[in-house]
Each structure stands twice: as C-alpha cells, then as structure tokens.
Design a protein around this ligand. Structure first.
Ligand SMILES: *Cc1c(COP(=O)(O)O)cnc(C)c1O
Length: 341
C-alpha cells in the first residue's frame, strides 16, 4: 500500500471535485469574463472580509505579485529567516521587484512587533525604505506553526501606525484557523493582503488567491499579466477551488489529529532524537546522525511509505486528504515497529 507523506500538494482531485470542474461555466478571465473565477475570487474575499481577490496559478505568484505591488525597487521587505518568500521563491523578491530582504531570526518562523521595530529603518537617504512586512501562518519550514492572533494584532497596529504594509503568506492559513481560536475574518482584519493556497491541504490541483482591497487588486491584476499569470478559461480550475473551500476546510482537523499521532509514534522510537512539537499537519522528525536518517528513509521507501529528507538529520511528513484511514493505520503500524539496528 503506497502512503505519500511528502507534502500536502500531492493530492489528486476526487470524482466530486472533477465533476465540479467538468460542469464549470467558463469565459476569458483576462477579459474578466470567467464567471467561475469571479465567483471564487468573491467567495475567498468574503471569507476573510476583504474587498477583492485575484486567482493565480501558484502561491509563489500571489506572494510575488503582492511584494511587487507593495514596494518600489530599492525598498526592503522584512520577514522571518524561514519565510517561503525568502527561501523557496527562487530569489524572486530581488529578481522580480528589485527589493532587498531584511531577515529576523524569529521563533518557530514567527516574528514580533518588537523585533520588527528594531530593524525598521529611519527615513534617511542611506537606508532602504522599509515598506513591507510579511508573515507566514502556518510557517512551513518551522513545521506548520500557528501564530497567536494577539501577536499578529500587535504587528498590525505597529505597522499601520508607521505606514508599513502587512502581507500574509497564508498558503496554509486554514490549517491555522481550524487549529487556533480565531477565524478567517479575524485574520482578514489584520492584513493589507493575504495569499491563500487551494492546492495544499485543500486538495485542489492548481491555484492560489491573492486578497486585498479593490485598488490593490486592480494593480495586482496588471502585475499578474506582466508575470505571465493571466489565464483564459481557467474557471475549470477555479471550480476545484470553490469545491475545496466548500468541502475541505473543516476536515483539516483530521489531518492534524493524524499528524499528532504520527509525531507520537516517531517520538517513541529509540533512534529518534526529537520530534518538533506538532501544531498542524506537518511532522518533523530529527535523528542523531545522517546515517540514521538514511536508514530510516530507506526502510520507509522500501515499504512504499514516502517522506521528505529535510536536512541530513531530519525528515518531514505531512498529512493530507489523500492519506485514507486505511493508509494511515498501515503506516502507523509499520512505523511503530520500525527497527533500524
Ligand atoms: C506552498 C507554499 C507557497 C506557494 O507555493 P506554490 O508551489 O508556488 O503554490 C507559498 N508559501 C508557503 C508557506 C508554502 O508552503
């Protein structure tokens, strides 16, 4: 039995999702005439209490468009050292927008208003302009960590009073909202712009939505075209996104329960040094030596259980909707009995 824990992006559309896609009404979205895309953009915006949305092919593109619209060449964006926008977007901040990055070595991929205050530059010709702060919730590289709402609100208050825009990379924001005691509207209240991904734990094959006010989204639409993201009858893809938002948000709780169980099972193995505390759907397992990591990966792979090597001494497993109860039980049984000696 194959069980793929490498990422929550590996999911395949279900028959119901495909049905929604097949029957979608479509039009040319560059002419803003695709009713299904318009419906998805409005639906996502409404969920977060934002004015408007923009459907894009990827979360990298929504983030990069947001950075491009918020900044001018020579400005700086401030974010945590683990941020996807800095680590995993091909140097796009510099290449696409001519913007530098000031990194904060935060905790669990999270930064505080105090830390931001300490690095924001004075208005002086020597310095880059600090025009944008970007947060990531949940933080991928930290292991799916969830921000406290209060910390975000403190950042929002400080940024707003210093005329600094605040962006959220919310590729996994629904993992945060189902795990925490705050809503999508609470999140919407805190940010100028938000990027959400439909193709992670929500199970859609493609797509992200950038949220902001109308004026911002108008500018973002122009940048999306410039970045080559203007799609035509992409309502077929947006239909999968609508289906995902309607059906696959609450069930993320199942992924979180599975991830916690998976973490505990690894923690009980004698050759596991540490499991990063599991907050959502990402499990990070640490070993004492590269040799151990290799042995574990070899054993898992040989039994058709797939994880991702993160560093020479750590691996990552992500739970998602394409790990059925049966597959999960099979994997748990195998992992709990694993012996590499
Ligand atoms: C996956 C991800 C993205 C977007 O990735 P794409 O593959 O470009 O859709 C952005 N931010 C975070 C934190 C992610 O995990």
């Amino acid at each position: 039995m194959r069980v793929d824990f490498r990422s929550d992006t590996v999911t395949i559309p279900t028959a119901e999702m495909l049905e929604a896609m097949f029957t979608a009404e479509v039009g040319d979205d560059v002419f803003e005439e695709d009713p299904t895309i318009n419906a998805l953009e409005q639906k996502a915006a409404k969920m977060f209490g934002m004015e408007a949305g923009l459907f894009c092919p990827s979360g990298t593109q929504t983030n990069q468009i947001a950075i491009n619209v918020h900044t001018r060449p020579g400005d700086e964006v401030i974010c945590d050292v683990l941020s996807h926008i800095h680590v995993y977007e091909g140097g796009g901040i510099a290449a696409n927008s001519g913007v530098s990055t000031t990194l904060i070595d935060g905790e669990k991929g999270q930064i505080t208003a105090e830390q931001i205050k300490a690095v924001v530059k004075a208005d002086n010709v020597h310095f880059p302009k600090s025009t944008l702060v970007s947060l990531e919730n949940t933080c991928n590289k930290a292991g799916g960590t969830v921000y406290d709402l209060k910390k975000i609100q403190e950042i929002k208050t400080w940024c707003a009073s210093h005329n600094i825009a605040l962006h959220l990379d919310g590729a996994r924001i629904f993992n945060a909202t189902v795990a925490a005691d705050y809503s999508t509207k609470d999140i919407g209240n805190c940010f100028d712009t938000i990027s959400i991904c439909l193709s992670k734990g929500l199970g859609a094959p493609v797509g992200s939505v950038l949220l902001g006010n109308k004026e911002f989204i108008n500018q973002a639409r122009r940048v999306r075209k410039r970045f080559g993201g203007g799609m035509r009858q992409a309502g077929y893809l947006a239909a999968a996104g609508i289906y995902a938002l309607d059906n696959n948000v609450e069930r993320l709780k199942t992924d979180h329960m599975n991830a916690i169980e998976l973490g505990k099972t690894f923690q009980d193995l004698s050759f596991v040094t540490k499991v990063t505390p599991v907050e959502t759907n990402i499990v990070m397992v640490h070993f004492d030596a590269p040799n151990t990591t290799e042995k574990v990966m070899e054993l898992l792979t040989k039994n058709d259980i797939h994880a991702l090597t993160l560093t020479p001494t750590s691996i990552r497993l992500v739970t998602h909707l394409d790990v059925s109860a049966e597959q999960f039980d099979f994997a748990m049984d195998f992992i709990s009995k694993m012996n590499i000696l």
